[in-house]
Ligand binder design. Structure first.
Ligand code: ATP
Ligand code: MG
Length: 563
């Protein structure tokens, strides 16, 4: 499966903590991590960072890594997301040790809540949502105790039982941890640990429960129940760590996982929050979660990204506590490097211009041999049909070229890739002056060798007009026109959707391909020579026109002109 072993073992501050823990014999020298997505959307490249970190650590330290669905909020969750998350983790090349759902623990979490009540560390509170907010105080002012804070254990047990039985409406009561309303950390001001959600049908537990634990309460206990040693999460949970520790301490948990925070991945020219990605999908601003322009794993897969390139990217960005935004060109570099190695070469003409080779026998067809990869003989060869009628790209011909133009010009010569040298003898135009066709002649002595006594500067790609297959190419560009739509939006008082790139998808319906591409299968990856890397779309029809997605251009076209 995973060939991360080719890479040197990464080093980061989390691995240093683990090294120290192992050296001191902490956790019985075990390493156990987990990846805990909430099934309320598809995974994105930010999640991949967390996946590569958690599963990578488990692999390198011979430990374990669980996939745990953090499914404590049934209202936003769905089994579709559960399935997609499993698929994406596997596709990225990882195997979980165990698959769990936080909802597997609902009975145990309920029992722990009873324990907290009995310890006098939790109470049922009847304040409304607005009142609770008012009582909570602010960053600069302490909160006030709820009038329900000093209910007796018996009263709390009775009310909590009735909450569970569904006797109260949503929002009328919650169970709160009893910590400190004056704590400088607002998360410790008697946080809610259970709420009533009567209507929600849970994708795993159905209608068994009408009270649900809050994330902060469920997460630490789930980690503990699974014997997690290092609970890795993103920086926004730093302020929640005291609560994580409080719950485990008060309940005298037999093992106490260590929560360690690292910075989220932010990526230029896209958005990464599930709320925004969901909005793009729901408002049909993109073509679903797996739209190849989306930063989702499903989108990147459909776009032609390989699991190896995504893992490579995650290793290259590293793991720190510093918040930053990573350049899109880094991700593009990773896929270019990988595809340069593994993609089979093919010829595709995006803007066909007909060429008649006047001195080639009109009915003759020749099979030329072409390597599937210039450096990898093991990839083998394919045959390419050559005849008197071919297509070249319009952009490879110019009547009045600028200095340094190395392709075809009237009277000039160019080499056809894998084929002969041709010379342009005549330019045929329509009444409006548009070039319709070129009449060329070929030099029969130039197959695989240079012509004697003259230099041919350029090599262009082509396909036989009689054998070409038609295709529809989806040429993708970045989804947003500014590097940081969120920040720019708040600066200019605009919604992030104002910066969607109107040209993020261009469809080319005139392209023609060499016939070997007729057998392409979804996820086969190709370099269309001189044009870019492409893969067959998973929904391409069986017959023509085949639909290909451009994964990435051959070079960074954004580097010079910052659109
Ligand atoms: P969002 O805020 O977009 O909804 P999330 O953090 O709520 O994302 P979860 O499903 O809870 O999404 O995330 C599962 C795990 O992936 C968590 O441990 C989370 O910290 C991590 N994660 C999510 N987004 C990123 C990111 N951009 N970079 C690194 N890790 C991330
Ligand atoms: Mg979350």
């Amino acid at each position: 499966m995973n060939d991360t072993s080719n890479n040197p073992r990464p080093s980061n501050f989390i691995r240093q903590i683990i090294d120290a823990d192992l050296a001191s014999g902490k956790n019985g020298s075990r390493v156990a991590t987990r990846f805990p997505p909430e099934p309320n959307g598809y995974l994105h490249i930010g999640h991949a960072k967390s996946i590569v970190l958690n599963f990578g650590i488990a692999q390198d330290y011979h430990g374990t890594c669980n996939l745990r669905f953090d499914d404590t909020n049934p209202a936003k969750e769905d089994i579709e997301y559960v399935e997609s998350i499993k698929q994406d983790v596997q596709w990225l090349g990882f195997k979980w040790t165990h698959l769990y759902y936080a909802s597997d623990y609902f009975d145990k979490l309920y029992d722990f809540a009873l324990q907290l009540i009995k310890l006098g560390k939790a109470y049922v509170c009847d304040l409304s949502f607005e009142q609770m907010r008012e009582y909570r105080g602010t960053l600069t002012q302490p909160g006030k105790d709820s009038p329900y804070r000093n209910r007796s254990v018996a009263e709390n047990l009775g009310l909590f039982d009735r909450m569970r039985k569904g006797e109260f409406p949503d929002g009328s009561r919650v169970l709160r941890a009893k910590i400190d309303m004056a704590s400088p950390n607002i998360n410790l001001r008697d946080p809610t640990i259970y709420r009533i959600k009567k209507d929600a049908e849970h994708h795993q537990t159905g209608s068994k429960w009408c009270i649900y634990p809050m994330y902060d309460y469920a997460h630490c206990l789930s980690d503990m129940l699974e014997g997690i040693t290092h609970s890795l999460c993103t920086l926004e949970f730093e302020d929640h760590r005291p609560l994580y520790d409080w719950v485990l301490d008060v309940l005298k948990a037999p093992c106490h996982p260590q929560q360690i925070e690292f910075s989220r991945l932010n990526l230029e020219y896209t958005v990464m929050s599930k709320r925004k990605l969901t909005e793009l999908v729901q408002k049909k601003l993109v073509d679903g979660w797996n739209d190849p322009r989306m930063p989702t794993i499903a989108g990147l897969r459909r776009r032609g990204f390989t699991p190896e390139s995504i893992r490579d990217f995650c290793l290259r960005i590293g793991v720190t506590k510093a918040d930053n935004i990573v350049e899109m060109s880094l991700l593009e570099d990773c896929i270019r490097n990988d595809l340069n190695e593994r993609a089979i070469r093919r010829m595709a003409v995006l803007h066909p211009l007909k060429v008649l080779i006047t001195n080639y026998p009109y009915d003759k067809v020749e099979r030329l041999t072409a390597a599937n990869h210039p450096q990898k003989a093991e990839f083998g060869n394919r045959e390419i049909a050559f005849c008197a009628e071919i297509f070249i790209d319009r952009n490879d011909f110019m009547e009045s070229p600028p200095k340094g133009f190395k392709r075809l010009i009237p009277g000039g010569e160019v080499r056809l890739r894998y084929g002969y040298v041709i010379r342009c003898d005549e330019v045929i135009k329509d009444a409006g002056g548009t070039v319709q066709e070129l009449h060329c002649s070929y030099d029969a002595a130039t197959l695989g060798t240079n012509p004697v006594g003259r230099k041919v500067a350029g090599v262009i790609h082509w396909v036989s007009a009689r054998h070409a297959i038609r295709a529809k190419l989806r040429l993708y560009d970045r989804l947003f026109i500014v590097p940081n739509p969120d920040v720019q939006g708040s600066r200019e008082n605009k919604d992030y959707t104002a910066y969607l790139n109107p040209d993020s998808l261009h469809i080319n319906s005139v392209a023609v391909l060499e016939p070997a591409l007729a057998n392409a299968k979804p996820q086969d990856r190709f370099q269309f020579e001189r044009e870019g890397y492409f893969c067959l779309d998973e929904q391409s029809p069986d017959g023509a026109p085949l639909v290909f997605n451009r994964t990435v251009t051959l070079r960074d076209t954004w580097a010079k002109s910052d659109k």
